[in-house]
Design a protein around this ligand. Structure first.
Ligand SMILES: [Zn+2]
Length: 116
């Protein structure tokens, strides 16, 4: 099976966005639960009010870590040049049509098929 390099990078970018969305949900969920049910003290809302900051920090750290790791994950498939060095982030690979059509280092087109 072969796919073009742009689709390969787009699939990676979708994974990064999914992980970041889960981390943001993890970060805001205790706060939402605490604000949604402040007058209904049950173990879940009490735990969220007392220890929700742990999930907030974990979610924020996960979001930042996914963003930092994505800077190394998006590379040219032929010369391994990191696209982040050229100012491209994961969101640039999600756009259709992709705003990045070739590698700025070696000039390889991202429309070429790659063997998997
Ligand atoms: Zn390249």
């Amino acid at each position: 099976m072969s796919e073009i390099a742009a689709d390969h990078l787009r699939r990676r970018a979708r994974w990064v966005v999914r992980v970041q969305a889960l981390c943001l949900l993890l970060a805001v969920l205790p706060g939402l639960i605490s604000f949604a049910a402040p007058l209904n003290p049950n173990p879940v809302t009490l735990w969220c009010a007392q220890w929700g900051w742990l999930l907030f920090l974990a979610g924020g750290a996960g979001f930042a870590m996914a963003q930092l790791l994505s800077r190394w994950a998006f590379r040219c498939l032929s010369c391994r040049f990191r696209f982040a060095r050229a100012g491209a982030s994961n969101i640039h690979f999600l756009l259709r049509p992709s705003v990045i059509r070739f590698c700025p280092h070696c000039g390889t087109t991202l429309d070429a098929s790659v063997a998997r």
